[in-house]
Design a protein around this ligand. Sequence first.
Ligand code: DAH
Length: 347
Amino acid sequence: MLDQLNAEQERFLAALPEIADEDALYQLQVTYIGKKGSITGLSKKLGKLTVDERKAFGAELNRVKKAVQAALDGRREELREAARARDLARVEDLTMPAKRPPRGSLHPIRIAQRALIDTFRRMGFDVAEGPHVEHANFNFDALNFQPDHPARDMQDTFVVDDRRGSEDLVLRTHTSPVQIRTMLGRTPPVRIIAPGTVFRCDDDATHSPMFHQIEGLYVDRGVTMADLKATMIQFTAAFFGRSLDIRLRPSYFPFVEPGAELDMQCPFCERAQGGTCSVCKGTGWIELGGSGMVHPAVLESVGVDPEVYTGWAFGFGIDRMAMLMYQIPDLRQMFDGDVRFLRSFSN
Ligand code: DAH
């Protein structure tokens, strides 16, 4: 039995130097001195020995186990030492800059929208909102559109299919219904802007089926068109950082009377003579959008007495404002979702 013990120990000692990692070392430990290990197993035979033999063999068995354990511990320490040395010997440039995770950025339209909101808030306007899916009544009727007005035509309006065949819900075609929602909820004075997404069945180089507007509304006693022009002059000064001329051209919108197209002096050429500016195409003016004095019928539709209150409103495109701010030539680039385009706005 002693021979057997010595043979196991020899086998163990021969295997030990071949061990290259701690996992294998653990396996070796299990094989020899684990619960069911070959050396541990020899203790089962103790019962067959005489008392003296048992004493002697037991002592020998313990000695070998201890020696095996010590050899295992020594080898484990060697392996760890070698691993540590390998780690230290690794040549890495710790001064190399880390890779930065890619950073998102705001869309140019969102940047323009925030800048517009900022400017109008500083001028005392509150921000109002309305839903994208709007009652046809708020989008048209309450705004004094007659039932046969061409803008109600299916060509321009996305009608929401409510499965009952009615045309009561539409994707709002402009931000003007927010005028109705705001005035229904309170009595004047009302001084709000309403930025947001609007939708029309339109798709070419200068029109997208989804675009953005900002509505303005000011209703109080004694509000006049002069207030509108003064507010716009103040707005452009605050937004572009210098005084720019404002021009009103007669126009028609069912919810204002009188109605006007509102133009601002081109901030890029400041109406320089010669007419070569590509932004205003040499006209010296940039069209911001529609405006006018709120129609008495609109005030009546929301329960505001037009004999007591008057007000003005405007509706501008935000997308074109962003194109002006960043000199973006094609509207479609805004909505392509090409990251190379979007990346140029990160800061
Ligand atoms: N809602 C009009 C449109 O989308 C723009 C507009 C014109 C808004 C005149 C107004 C306004 O508030 O007074 O074409």
